[in-house]
Design a protein around this ligand. Structure first.
Ligand code: THU
Length: 162
């Protein structure tokens, strides 16, 4: 048996003015998208915005359903639409926010496990990093690549050694 360290370095922004204008813009787009969530069951609205390499920004929000598992998270609504609309254009960056009662929640919003797996697959497919901004009211975290969200993802390099 041996031990292996898996390290992760993230950027933490306590003040949104530390973020680049592009990052702030993407977070603002995610907030606007969150206002379009259909979340009557959880009361938890999530907004996602993705910046494509062609400069286009595509947004998504969570869409719930009375048959609960039929609903979909904001992140997957956004990346699935981006890939459906522009299958060959890399997705450079994703911003995610969560809202309750119309207010962005205090702590950064983190994608669920299923969304992480989906993000990683698009990142692998495009062969370039899909960075992730997890924005909260007071603190925002940026990860350089989606694989940082889920080190032991199905098919991950940690396991296959590729
Ligand atoms: N949700 C998202 O949209 N993204 C996530 O990463 C986590 C959860 C949604 C699903 C559901 O509509 C609501 O938030 C509560 O779980």
């Amino acid at each position: 048996m041996k031990k292996k360290e898996i390290s992760l370095s993230v950027e933490v922004y306590d003040d949104k003015n530390e973020m680049t204008a592009d990052m702030q813009n993407l977070v603002e787009k995610a907030i606007s998208a969150g206002k379009n969530a259909y979340a009557p069951y959880s009361g938890f609205s999530v907004g996602a915005a993705v910046l494509l390499e062609n400069g286009e920004i595509i947004t998504g929000s969570n869409q719930e359903n009375a048959a609960y598992p039929s609903g979909l998270c904001a992140e997957r609504v956004a990346v699935f639409y981006a890939s459906a609309r522009y299958p060959d254009v890399p997705i450079k960056q994703l911003a995610v926010i969560a809202m309750k009662n119309g207010e962005v929640v205090d702590t950064p919003a983190a994608p669920c496990g299923a969304c992480r797996q989906v993000l990683i697959e698009y990142e692998d497919k495009q062969g370039e990093p899909l960075s992730v901004i997890l924005a909260g009211k007071y603190e925002t975290i940026k990860l350089e690549r989606s694989s940082d969200l889920l080190p032991f993802a199905f098919g991950s390099k940690e396991l296959t050694g590729e």
